[in-house]
Design a protein around this ligand. Structure first.
Ligand code: COA
Length: 260
């Protein structure tokens, strides 16, 4: 598929999606959200893709938010529909992907931009990153999962402060409060994401997919995460990767996983 707003590169099992609207600071308009959905879906469906990195083009922004010009005139029904559809096709979709997704935050990650980074499985930020949920400064609240995922990552009090002040925090503060796993220089951002991706790729893709499901189930209403872990653990015993991983260990050799 041809994309107008995103770029995709693929090399040795690692796919990198770059949101490419630098003149609009990579703001998420409807077309970009749809393209991201298609891209994440097709990469996740491709067994050759082992890890996905999501980042923004240019040196200024990861994503400066949802495209304000597209929803400024919306009414109540349209507002609700915007949030529901966006959560379904992109934000929850990414969070529940079975392929690991790393957000490489290379500048402003505001509103929907931070929400997209938070939907990824974990985050790395460069030292020029500025992160925040400024929606209340526009008279609205985060609608792409921000009120739920931010407190999960940084705790309720810090999330309340960030949302109420509409303020931005830098990479070091984001590291200190658990919003990102690493804060590095701009030139080290993608190399570090790639290095972590290569460590992930040594492991069983099928086991990783079950681990993502079990961890996410801890945050799913009405689901007992411990019970989910038992189920996912059991399923692993029926996989080729489990046989290969345990056999390779006992034979003192490196495992070759097929992801089956
Ligand atoms: N939606 C639509 N367009 C956006 C945007 C957004 N969320 N964020 C930036 N842009 C556009 C600007 O309108 C501008 O377009 P123009 O050149 O056609 O006027 C372009 O991107 C560059 O942004 P600009 O504001 O000139 O850059 P800056 O360096 O002065 O400021 C920000 C950077 C991030 C502080 C500022 O763009 C901003 O506050 N953006 C909105 C952030 C926000 O509220 N996001 C949450 C949305 S729910």
């Amino acid at each position: 598929m041809n994309y107008e707003n995103i770029l995709i590169t693929q090399e040795n099992g690692l796919a990198t999606i770059t949101i490419n609207r630098p003149k609009k600071l990579n703001a998420l308009n409807k077309a970009t959200i749809q393209e991201l959905h298609e891209a994440f879906k097709s990469l996740n469906d491709d067994a050759n893709t082992k890890v996905i990195i999501i980042t923004g083009s240019g040196e200024k922004a990861f994503v400066a938010g949802a495209d304000i010009s597209e929803f400024a005139h919306f009414n109540v029904t349209q507002g609700e529909e915007l949030a529901r559809n966006g959560q379904a096709i992109l934000f929850d979709f990414v969070a529940n992907l079975s392929t690991p997704v790393i957000a490489a935050i290379n500048g402003f990650a505001l509103g929907g931009g931070l929400e997209l980074a938070m939907a990824a499985h974990f985050r790395i930020a460069s030292d020029n990153a500025k992160m925040g949920l400024p929606e209340v400064s526009l008279g609205v609240i985060p609608g792409y999962g921000g009120t739920q995922r931010l407190p999960q990552l940084v705790g309720k009090g810090k999330a309340m402060e960030m949302v109420m002040t509409a303020g931005m925090i830098g990479a070091d503060e984001a590291l200190a409060c658990g919003l990102v796993n690493y804060a590095v220089s701009q030139e080290d951002l993608l190399p570090l994401a790639q290095k972590i991706a290569s460590k992930i790729m040594r492991n069983s893709p099928v086991a990783i997919a079950h681990a993502i499901k079990a961890i996410n189930d801890n945050y799913t209403d009405g689901t007992n995460g411990f019970e989910s872990e038992i189920t996912q653990f059991g399923i692993c015993f029926g996989t080729d990767d489990f046989k290969e991983g345990t056999t390779a260990f006992l034979e003192k050799r490196k495992a070759t996983f097929t992801g089956k």
